[in-house]
Design a protein around this ligand. Structure first.
Ligand code: ADP
Ligand code: MG
Length: 395
């Protein structure tokens, strides 16, 4: 395995003329479906940046504080990092997808807590993106140890990033722990991986969830209904004579983190899908279980969500987008469970008659706002930053 990695590293250095005089590859730090990421030293870092402060030289690149974001010319001068992350995007990724990621990263360069793109280059079909290296820990190593205050600080950092991304009308679409690099020591984090991100409204047709209630009811009656029937053995049933227009909706994202409207194939998805995913992260931390949702496909994902929220709320959520949700699975009750119950159960505190702490209750109140099934009612990133739970560590 190690020799494979060093072989790949050699190849990467050979494919770009001049690579070796600019960067020294150190190690592989990530491997995903669409890319491999390496840590590297920028060999020229001190040459073109005389503001580099040798005393502060360390491998921690930190994002600028939110307040200092707008300097006179609108561009924040960032300290040049000594270490970089080199993201080699697989040639199997489509050129439009690669361009999309680089373009969005460029647009987001001044956003707080978003890891900025330093540069990108291409040699034939190979593309690499260069980002400042951000020291972070593996989520699995710290999430069980987090206090409620830690959760508030972690989420404040993530929501700061999301608020600035959403403000410019971009949906990240793949919010999950591996795409939010967090350093529990400095308590700072940066959002990475805009490989699935898109501009709001770019890939969308009107969905009835944006109509008012009366209009929606009328359209729902008139339209041939889309039915998702989930039966006990997991098979889905569809109406026999299906005259519905086929519906194509963006489903990009990671299983377990997809918002209900994505599962219901809403064609007019908004930035609120990212908020749901943050809710899943918070649910994971509070319940100390990762992954919390473990569905193999979208139908299973609906079953998992329905088990928590109950059949009635799930039906209502489907109706928003013109879907009829039916199920005969006995473990899905009509009203589901309260989130505080779920958290007590998953942390094995329900038998002992233990209660949640006041802090935890406050976190759960916030969680309910993130896991609102109706995207229109779900809290926005901007509102989240004003929520009492995220202001916990601020005074
Ligand atoms: P993919 O599209 O393959 O998921 P990501 O951009 O999410 O690519 O990067 C994959 C992994 O590489 C991340 O989960 C993280 O561990 C590491 N990584 C990415 N960018 C950085 C960075 N700027 N600093 C440190 N590590 C990074
Ligand atoms: Mg990723």
């Amino acid at each position: 395995l190690d020799s494979n990695i060093s072989h790949d590293m050699e190849r990467l250095q050979d494919s770009f003329p001049g690579f070796r005089s600019k960067y020294r590859l150190i190690k592989r730090i990530g491997e995903g479906t669409f890319s491999t990421v390496y840590k590297a030293e920028d060999l020229q870092y001190d040459r073109y940046d005389n503001s580099w402060d040798m005393e502060k030289e360390n491998e921690k690149w930190t994002p600028p504080p939110l307040k200092s974001l707008s300097s006179q010319d609108g561009h924040q001068r960032r300290r040049k990092p000594k270490y970089v992350a080199i993201k080699k995007i697989y040639v199997t990724s489509s050129p439009t997808r690669i361009l999309n990621e680089l373009e969005l990263l460029h647009d987001l360069r001044d956003c707080a807590n978003v890891c900025p793109l330093i540069t990108a280059f291409r040699a034939t079909d190979q593309v690499v993106a260069v980002l400042p290296y951000f020291r972070h820990a593996d989520f699995r190593e710290y999430f069980r140890k987090m206090t409620v205050l830690d959760m508030s600080i972690y989420l404040r950092s993530l929501f700061t990033a999301l608020a600035s991304v959403h403000r410019v009308g971009i949906l990240h679409r793949d919010i999950k722990p591996t795409n939010f690099l967090y350093d529990p020591e400095t308590r700072r984090g940066v959002l990475v991986d805009f490989g699935l991100a898109e501009r709001e409204g770019s890939d969308c047709k009107p969905c009835m969830c944006h109509d008012d209630h009366a209009a929606r009811k009328a359209r729902l009656r008139a339209a041939a209904e889309r039915t998702t029937m989930v039966t006990a053995n997991g098979a889905i049933g569809y109406p026999k004579q299906d005259t519905r227009p086929s519906r194509r909706a963006n489903r990009a994202g990671t299983r377990g983190f997809r918002a209900p409207e994505v599962l219901f194939k809403c064609t007019e998805q908004t930035t609120k899908i990212d908020i749901w995913s943050v809710g899943v992260i918070l649910l994971t931390i509070l319940s100390r279980r990762f992954p919390f949702f473990n569905s193999a496909d979208d139908v299973e994902a609906m079953i998992e969500i329905a088990t928590i929220f109950g059949r009635e709320k799930m039906k209502q959520a489907g109706r928003l987008h013109g879907c009829v949700f039916e199920t005969s699975i006995p473990t899905i009750g009509s009203h589901g469970f309260k989130l505080d119950k779920i958290i007590l159960w998953s942390t094995c505190r329900s038998d002992a008659g233990e209660k949640l702490s006041d802090d935890e209750e406050q976190a759960i109140k916030f969680l309910e706002r993130c896991l609102e099934l109706d995207p229109a009612k779900r809290i926005s990133a901007e509102q989240a930053l004003d929520h009492e739970f995220l202001r916990m560590g601020m005074d």
